[in-house]
Design a binder for this molecule. Structure first.
Ligand code: XMP
Length: 502
């Protein structure tokens, strides 16, 4: 399979570039520049190299990569560093550059025929003051005469702006030209192909041996299960631990779907065990720890019944790998009870069939395999489930109240066709007890509704739901869910708040 190498010299643009390259139907991998010298790059055999990040702050560019005969594209700060390294001049700059990009030459492969377009941010710290020998400027803005340059004879290209950014008009088109016209990419990264590659890869590794998967019903583990089932059928056992804090009907839906597939499906109804351990626990950290610990115990017990397996499968996805050990993904993962499973299960090898896929690709792959929307279109649901959406002490009665209210919220958003635009939405049962107007006794709970729009869950804006919808939700929930006497809508963004309440 053809592949492009994204060489990251520090900075945070590598993943976005990679996603755009994949959108152009070209496979790519991100590697830290510190781990890839020119020899390693040659044996990686990429059809093209994209330099990202800031080589002057992070790892420097290995100049030998320009001699490999492989096309290179430097983006943003990597572009100015590339110009300096190839013999051009670069000077510090404090100027805020204009945002309109004009193509300078009809022969410039990447920009030919482009009208002036609006671009996203540029590297403002430095500017290219003289081109390297044999290079030509291919695009400029009003005040930046060398916003892009190239030496087509050597297949070397640079652009000081970011074609991967959503605000750069035609940015993906520019990348596509580099991939197709310069690197000769043949757009083979299509989901049908990805499925066949993944299946033959799994069959090759697994042979006639057995695989065990912890199925949560979330997107990643569901798609991993479907892929493994296609590849090795009944050699796969999926254990689905129902901890009793799933959303309304969720456990039954997961069971109904997976028990029809070609695999061994085991559902463990363990809600009583979980509830007993959570009794009286109000601290969110404790709740997470207990659910995680109990999950591993239950899974371990069930796995023993299945007997020794050769492979433990996990739904690890590419961002988990790229962000491993740093930043936000790690924080999220530390909540994830499944992360600690490998320490407790008897297996020989780990198999992660989605490890090179981005989240949107996992969803596409699931859809292409015919998985229903309730599995692939799902928003993230925390491992501890409703346990961290019930503030304070957890009781079966509170779980039931929250489930019903949450279900009404979700159904109404779906009916109003709002759910596709909202990153995450759910109800939270607060521990504030209130009287109903006109009644002196029997306090009922205050329910909070939370809906946010977000790109990556590290920041989020509260969703501007229409007043009419909020009004309907409030009336419906109070009318149909005994135990709730007040409904509030959370209008806090992240930061400062988190998405979940606990
Ligand atoms: P916060 O609340 O930190 O949430 O803004 C960010 C994203 O992470 C999810 N989340 C969790 N996921 N176990 C999980 O598997 C957890 O304990 C957990 N806490 C938060 C949250 O739903 C949101 O998508």
């Amino acid at each position: 399979m053809q592949k492009v190498l994204i060489l990251n010299h520090g900075g945070q643009y590598d993943q976005l570039i990679a996603r755009r390259v994949r959108e152009c139907h070209v496979f790519c991998e991100v590697r830290p520049a510190s781990e890839m010298d020119a020899d390693k790059i040659r044996s990686f055999q990429p059809i093209g190299i994209i330099l990202s990040g800031d080589p002057l702050e992070g790892t420097a560019i290995d100049p030998r990569i320009f001699e490999l005969g492989i096309p290179v594209l430097g983006i943003g700060k990597a572009c100015t560093a590339m110009a300096a390294l190839l013999g051009g001049s670069v000077a510090p700059s404090k100027q805020a550059y204009g945002r309109t990009l004009t193509n300078l030459s009809e022969n410039a492969v990447l920009f030919a025929g482009f009208p002036p377009v609006t671009i996203s941010w540029m590297d403002h710290d430095r500017q290219i003051t003289a081109l390297p020998p044999d290079f030509v400027a291919t695009a400029r803005t009003a005040d930046c005469p060398i916003a892009a340059f190239s030496c087509p004879e050597r297949s070397l290209y640079g652009m000081q702006f970011h074609p991967e950014a959503a605000h750069t008009e035609g940015g993906t088109q520019i990348l596509k030209r580099f991939l197709k016209d310069v690197c000769g990419a043949n757009e083979e990264w299509q989901m049908e192909n990805v499925i066949s590659w993944a299946i033959s890869d799994i069959r090759h590794r697994v042979g006639s041996r057995r695989v065990l998967l912890a199925l949560s019903g979330g997107v990643d583990s569901s798609v991993a299960a479907a892929l493994l089932s296609r590849a090795v059928g009944s050699q796969l056992t999926c254990i689905f631990v129902d901890h009793g804090m799933l959303r309304k009907d969720e456990g039954d839906q997961v069971e109904a779907f997976f028990s029809r597939m070609d695999l061994h499906f085991v559902r463990v109804n363990a809600s009583e065990r979980f509830l007993a351990r959570l009794d009286g626990i109000t601290d969110p950290g404790e709740k997470r720890r207990i659910v995680g610990e109990e999950f591993v115990r239950v899974f371990e017990e069930e796995a023993k019944k299945v007997g020794a397996v050769d492979f433990l499968a996990q739904g690890t996805i590419y961002p988990d790998i790229l962000e491993n050990g740093q930043g936000y993904a790690d924080v999220i993962k530390s909540h994830r009870e499944i992360g600690s499973l490998p320490d407790h299960i008897d297996f020989k090898e780990l198999i992660e069939p989605l490890r090179l896929l981005f989240k949107d690709e996992v969803r596409q792959l699931g859809r292409t395999m015919g998985l229903p929307e309730f599995l692939v279109g799902r928003q993230p649901f925390p491992g501890p489930g409703l346990a961290i959406r019930i503030i304070g002490n957890i009781t079966p009665e509170k779980i039931s109240i929250l489930r019903d209210a949450d279900h009404i919220f979700a159904s109404e958003l779906e009916k109003a066709h709002m759910h596709d635009h909202i990153g995450q939405y759910f109800a939270v049962l607060t521990d504030t007890e209130l009287r109903r107007s006109g009644k002196d006794t029997h306090a009922e709970y205050c329910l909070a509704l939370r809906a946010v729009t977000t790109d990556d869950f590290s920041t989020a804006k509260w969703a501007r739901l229409p007043y009419e919808l909020l009004d309907r939700l409030s009336s419906l929930i109070i009318k149909e869910v005994p135990g709730i006497s007040r409904v509030v809508y959370d209008i806090t963004s992240k930061p400062p708040a988190t998405i979940e309440w606990e």
